[in-house]
Design a protein around this ligand. Structure first.
Ligand code: ADP
Length: 482
């Protein structure tokens, strides 16, 4: 994709360039080729974007919700018409195979349609009063200007969750995508530019943490919607400097339990899918797996076979591959460090743990490590890469207790067919999402959020919309006695 001059930022309904002296240099992780280079946002650019969003808030929040829903549907259509363009930008900068990138954009479209429907279901309440002659009504109002700070692993979907909910609620938005995935965001904004939205409703700034941090501290930002690492989430929490609404969707070290009654074929398929899809670069990826001792050897044997069948390659050139490269060198270094730590501490290598032969780029073979213990990084820290640590367990209740004893609580998965085991797992696992006999726990109309250090607030569903709304209690003394 070529970047047209002056087309990296979108502020007040117009394309422009960034004015910082810092350049963003972007590389294709499959080839190492430089694919873009442009100036990121200066403080003035950030301020202009926030001011545009503030000015647009009056108009957008006052528009009839049915009209807002129509605009969201139009936006969904405009993005749908550009799926292949957005997807190829994503594959070039992020590395995931092209069909997977296309699937992600299709999910963004679905999200916008879902929130178009929710826009006209924002209903208040009438509350009974103890005293006659009064009526209490509860109304919802949009929060104001939201900052969407997003990561590179799902660069379209994670903008979409915030965009859909914010616009449905009547909020305006400044988006700052990851410095590793600016092109996907630019393509999404090109679709937004085609829709008849008031100028300034959606704005795009560019850059790394410094630009994100400017947005976070800007006094006219009323809500921060962030998805990214725990470390950055904590920095944001501490740096806000004033009271604002915030949703943080952070990492986890997500567990999988394969109970004694599990369907082993299903468990193996789930483990391989949720550990390695998108090269494990997903906050709900399975990091650590606990297999009942009676199934342990067979599980490892079958997981090894299924993992070795995965095809790795440049997903822009060969759309049939299962896995692309890691997105950046820091991520790859972390993966190598976790694997080394486990092997040095006595883990048994089942497969992987090296770069595929003669591929260049940031490729790494999906890796399975057996006989892991809780002290190994892979069993208690988010690897954010294609590594699956496995260990055996004997007692289900004890393993659930052990799994919950983690600072993180985003998602957990379990395979079991015995009703009592299912119940103990679904009740016992203290995580924001729990997938039983499935590893796709996120659906657009159910809440998604982390517990403990995995975040605060929710995205998806009605709860995701509520994060952009304020409650107002209006108590009217009308004097009519019933
Ligand atoms: P990831 O590696 O998962 O993308 P990060 O947390 O590093 O995780 O980045 C997520 C998003 O947060 C990116 O858009 C990044 O530029 C932005 N970011 C990084 N540091 C800060 C910060 N201190 N304040 C605000 N945003 C930040």
């Amino acid at each position: 994709m070529s970047i047209r001059e002056n087309s990296t930022h979108y502020i007040g309904g117009a394309w422009c360039e960034g004015h910082s002296e810092h350049q963003l240099n972007l590389f294709n992780p499959a080839t190492g080729d430089r694919i873009a280079s442009f100036s990121v946002s200066s403080s003035v650019d950030v301020d202009n974007a926030v001011r545009s969003a503030s000015a647009a808030f009056k108009t957008w929040s006052g528009i009839n919700p049915h009209k807002r829903a129509e605009r969201l549907c139009e936006l969904a259509d405009a993005i749908e018409a550009r799926i292949s363009t957005i997807a190829s930008a994503m594959t070039r900068e992020q590395g995931k195979p092209l069909p997977e990138a296309g699937g992600e954009v299709a999910k963004l479209v679905k999200t916008l349609r879902y929130y178009a429907g929710e826009a006209v279901r924002i209903c208040g309440q009438i509350i009974p009063n103890e005293d006659d002659g009064f009526q209490s009504q509860v109304e919802y109002e949009p929060i104001g200007v939201a900052a969407a700070i997003t990561p590179w692993n799902y660069p379209a979907e994670l903008i979409g969750w915030k965009l859909g909910a914010a616009l449905a609620a009547g909020c305006t938005l400044v988006i700052k995508p990851s410095e590793y995935a600016p092109l996907t965001a630019i393509e999404i904004l090109r679709a937004i530019d085609q829709v008849d939205l008031p100028k300034g409703v959606v704005n795009l700034v560019q850059g790394a943490g410094e630009v994100g941090s400017e947005l976070v501290r800007h006094p006219a930002i009323d809500k921060i919607a962030f998805t990214g690492s725990h470390a950055t989430g904590l920095q944001i929490y501490e740096a806000m400097g004033r009271i604002k609404s915030v949703s943080l969707e952070l990492g986890g070290t997500c567990p999988l339990v394969v109970a004694a009654s599990a369907d082993l074929d299903a468990a193996v398929a789930g483990a391989v899918r949720r550990s390695f899809r998108n090269m494990g670069q997903i906050c709900i990826a399975i990091n650590r797996t606990y297999v009942h001792r009676s199934l342990y050897d067979e599980f490892l044997e079958r997981v090894a076979a299924a993992t070795q069948e995965l095809r790795i390659g440049n997903g822009l050139m060969d759309t049939s591959v299962d896995l692309g490269p890691m997105t950046n060198a820091d991520g790859l270094a972390k993966v190598e460090a976790h694997v080394k730590d486990a092997l040095d501490s006595g883990a048994r290598l089942i497969c992987g743990a090296k770069a595929p032969d003669s591929m260049g780029g940031l490729f790494y073979e999906p890796t399975v490590l057996a006989d892991c213990n809780p002290d190994m990084l892979v069993m208690h820290e988010e690897t954010f890469g294609p590594v699956l640590g496995v260990c055996a367990f004997d007692d289900l209740d004890a393993v659930i207790e052990h799994i919950n004893d983690s600072p993180y609580g985003l998602a957990a998965y379990a395979y079991a067919n015995d009703l009592q085991e299912v119940y103990r797992l679904s009740r016992g696992l203290s995580f924001g999402s729990v997938g039983i006999n499935c590893v796709d726990a996120g659906i657009i109309n159910a809440p998604y959020g982390g517990r403990r250090q995995s975040g605060v607030g929710y995205e998806h569903g009605r709860a995701g919309l509520d994060g952009y709304l304020l409650l107002k209690h209006v108590r009217v003394k009308h004097g009519i006695r019933c």
